[in-house]
Design a binder for this molecule. Structure first.
Ligand code: SF4
Length: 452
């Protein structure tokens, strides 16, 4: 998961637009941030850290075109060499790439490119896209053919924003794993991972790119191209469960509505006697409101989040994650004391957070804690850009629901069913999702795994 954006501005403030867009996309990655600008040549800045730590006012040089990236690592280590955008200098000019996703065949592609003489500066799969693009652009004249050729070689998820001299090309891979949408802003256009970034610029949402579709932004004009036909989609279902901001709309589905609907169905599937419904903040709140509405129980906060600590699941190291849980939430003891609580969380990955939180509530005097999870158990790794790489890290891959209940220390534990999850999204017009981490069946071939 990463956040990407590209902007065109008549008034040469594309860099500022990207800066604010990346702010809105910060929840998608907090390890590094970068912006590439084009104005009489390409310049860029990228560093480890949050958007607010990486850029100062002076860095936002006047430019008509800019693209940006916030990163959390999946392929490649968390270090500066892997920060994006990746820039390659080629015969056709400078190319900058901001990529959201993960290539399943990155090792094979890299070996092939190295055998052909390419030299890599990082171990990130996104640099492979930049290198391949620089070669393909030399041969294929037309961008549609170029994207067709590129996409015929890449397997996995790859929503990308490219800055090729004074042009922005943004595309979504043929299965549409990761979101990408287009908006109009005061003096130009913006493409970004989530619509919340368009809202933050007071822009007008135009539409989501379709899987296998690209948009070219050049000289203030937009051109949409369909470069790949696919008879199916595989939009990551976890965007709706956890990753995306609830104020975003992805492929026509309002994420907030999707989460409340999931909470409602969860309440129908797994009711319980309790005094009130509460949430693991922030990502469990929307599903908890849905649960409370459907169950008729009041909603009350009993955990307060320290907003200045990053999301725990997204932090790459286990020891950091454990420390952060303690720093991240605190209990309102008066609310928890002697109460039977339904505690709603969006998902359980390793169970680290859930266990600590149930412990904290019990220590604060809660009589019963009934954990309800707004997604089915995560049983299989994600190879498409989410940091769930091995079955070993996933508690549900080797434990039953009853065993997880014991690990977490809850009085009861129930997950939303896969049928319930799909019903919630279908009700809002959604269909054809990647559910591989919930089913173990992958939408593209992954060595050693089952394919749908
Ligand atoms: S495996 Fe899971 S997290 Fe990864 S893309 Fe598919 S649904 Fe999303």
């Amino acid at each position: 998961m990463c956040g990407i954006a590209g902007a065109y501005s008549e008034n040469f403030i594309a860099g500022k637009y990207i800066y604010y867009a990346l702010f809105s996309l910060q929840h998608r990655g907090q390890e590094s941030a970068g912006i590439a600008f084009y104005s009489d040549g390409l310049r860029y800045k990228k560093q480890m850290g949050l958007v607010s730590e990486v850029f100062s006012k002076e860095d936002l040089i006047p430019a008509k075109y800019a693209i940006g990236h916030v990163r959390y690592s999946t392929t490649g280590l968390s270090r500066l060499e892997n920060a994006q955008p990746f820039v390659v200098r080629s015969k056709i000019g400078n190319i900058a790439v901001a990529h959201n996703g993960n290539l399943v065949n990155h090792a094979e592609l890299r070996r092939k490119l190295e055998n052909e003489g390419s030299v890599f500066t990082s171990d990130s799969d996104s640099e492979i896209i930049a290198q391949m693009l620089s070669k393909i652009l030399l041969i294929e004249g037309d961008y549609k053919e170029c994207l067709q050729e590129l996409n015929s070689k890449l397997i996995g998820s790859h929503s990308c924003v490219l800055l090729i001299n004074d042009k922005i090309i943004a595309y979504r891979d043929p299965l549409g794993f990761r979101p990408l949408c287009v908006g109009e802003i005061e003096d130009g256009y913006i493409v970004c991972s989530e619509s919340c970034a368009i809202d933050s610029l007071e822009g007008k949402f135009i539409r989501d790119l379709e899987p296998g579709e690209a948009v070219i932004i050049e000289d203030g004009e937009l051109e949409f191209i369909k470069f790949a036909k696919s008879n199916r989609k595989a939009v990551c279902i976890f965007e709706y469960i956890y990753f995306a901001r609830p104020d975003s709309i992805i492929d026509g589905i309002n994420v907030y509505k999707a989460r409340t609907e999931m909470g409602r169905i969860l309440a129908e599937e797994s009711p319980t006697n309790a005094d009130f419904v509460s949430a693991v903040p922030d990502s469990g709140i929307t599903a908890a409101i849905g649960y409370a509405t459907r169950s008729g129980l009041p909603y009350m906060e009993c955990l307060i989040k320290n907003r200045y600590v990053g999301r725990t699941f997204i932090m790459p190291k286990q020891e950091l994650r454990e420390l952060l849980v303690k720093l991240k939430v605190n209990v309102i003891k008066e609310n928890a004391m002697n109460k039977r609580i339904v505690l709603v969380d969006d998902s359980i990955v390793r169970a680290t957070t859930s266990k600590k939180i149930v412990e904290m509530l019990k220590r604060a005097g809660a009589k019963e804690v009934h954990v309800r999870v707004g997604s089915p158990p995560i049983i299989a790794p994600c190879y498409f850009g989410i940091d769930m790489k091995t079955r070993k890290e996933l508690v549900a891959s080797s434990h039953s629901v009853e065993e997880i209940k014991e690990i977490v220390g809850a009085d009861s534990l129930c997950y939303l069913s896969l049928k319930g999850l799909l019903t919630a999204l279908k009700k809002l017009g959604g269909k054809e999702f990647c559910t591989a981490c919930l089913t173990g069946k992958y939408p593209v071939p992954v060595p050693g795994e089952l394919t749908e």
